[in-house]
Every structure is written in C-alpha cells, then in structure tokens.
Design a protein around this ligand. Structure first.
Ligand SMILES: [Zn+2]
Length: 109
C-alpha cells in the first residue's frame, strides 16, 4: 500500500468511519458512521501542517480525494464475519422464495 493511502486509511480508522474486524483483521467501511468527521480531521491536519501529512504539501484536497477513494473501495462489512454471511444467505433465501413462487404459481393474467 502506498504511504499516502495508508495515511488516509489511518484517518478513517481514527474517526471510526472505517473499522477493523477484530476476528479477521479485515478493514471495512461502516456506512452507519457519518464520514464527515474523517474529512474534517484530514483538512485540519493539513491546515495545521502536521508532519504526519507533510507528503500532501498543504493540499487538503489531495488528502480528502484519497480518503473518499479509500472509503468507496472498502467493503461495507467484514467479508468473513458470520453477520455478513447471514445477510447474504437471507438474500439468497428471499431469492429462492421469489423463484419458487414464480415457478409454482404463474401470474394470473
Ligand atoms: Zn470479521
């Protein structure tokens, strides 16, 4: 991973917009969390010339762009967690019911 991207990721993790699954060490984007905190922190760090973000050379937009890119590329939940799997199997169950209903009971036209 590029260092700049690691910084964006770190900011997202610090503001809890992105979270690390403790069981699988998978990073995911929690879309229940308002991401504006992460963007505000990113802009603030650049504005204060923190050495941490010196690679962005006072260009807050470069950091916020990278941050939104990082967020949109991340999965919405840990791909290995049972909760994610449960959601997926619920979906396929619903799909099967729809297919069964469609096959067994043709629509009355
Ligand atoms: Zn997990």
């Amino acid at each position: 991973m590029e260092h700049k991207q690691a910084i964006a990721l770190e900011i997202a993790l610090q503001t809890h917009v992105m979270q690390m699954c403790p069981g699988h060490n998978e990073i995911f984007y929690d879309d229940a969390v308002d991401p504006s905190g992460a963007f505000a922190l990113a802009v603030e760090l650049v504005r204060q010339h923190k050495p941490y973000v010196q690679e962005f050379r006072d260009d807050a937009n470069a950091l916020t762009d990278l941050l939104s890119e990082t967020l949109s590329a991340a999965p919405r939940c840990c791909p290995h967690c049972p909760s994610g799997m449960a959601r997926k199997s619920e979906e396929s169950m619903a799909l099967r019911l729809i297919q069964a209903a469609g096959a067994g009971a043709p629509l009355a036209v």
